[in-house]
Design a protein around this ligand. Sequence first.
Ligand code: ADE
Length: 277
Amino acid sequence: MRLDVVTIFPEYLEPLDVSLVGKARARGRLDVHVHDLRAWTYDRHHTVDDTPYGGGPGMVMMTEPWGEALDTVLADGYEAGSHEPALIVPTPSGRPFTQELAVELSERPWLVFTPARYEGIDRRVFDEYATRMPVYEVSIGDYVLAGGEAAVLVITEAVARLLPGVLGNAESHRDDSFAPGTMANLLEGPVYTKPPRWRAREIPEVLLSGHHGKIARWRRDEALKRTTAFRPDLIERCDPKAFDKKDRETLSALGWVPDPEGERYGRFWRRVDDVEE
Ligand code: ADE
């Protein structure tokens, strides 16, 4: 997979040299190119932004440096044999970045990132490139960063670990919280390793039992508890068909009841103390 990143802070992307993404690069799974947007400015101050039409606070990144940068980066990539680029635009007003989207992006051969500073990039840049390639406007969460560079690191790491041959164990993705295709999207429960006793703290006995069925059940119950505590919205949206009899017992003990109207609202469960209206 080829990755291009155009940014006014190339040094911000240095973490792409280390850890998992660094390894993916070393193994030839990822071909990363970071470009300084200011290389495509021609004034003394290397200006990339201007005041917004219509007024308002902040500055907007200009069409011209981005247009030239993207034309060059795309031409270079095509020349190097890459194909089917997709533009990835980190923005707090994008669609949520999810594991499902990470999987979709991991299946593409070439991603071009345009992390912005200031109030974002002139809309016409995306309208222009959207005529030639898919454009994904993506938010990594409901908070506002000072720029899209940190989002590029987040998206890149989530995508890189899905590339074949990057994670040691091919099974590792299957159990990911949020792995698509798992029937119920649950948060993973706690994990433990040696020693079995630390500062008088033991590990849950069931994990030493060697009884795979009991261990799987315990893990599932812990996942249901944790999801109830931190992400009740995930339970609410779970199709009851995703749960077996034991799951339903645990859910019931946690205060969940099936919502008879659920099918209509996509909210299949509610807590008993949740009185409507
Ligand atoms: N740029 C600023 N905030 C962002 C966010 N939450 N996600 C992606 N890009 C951003």
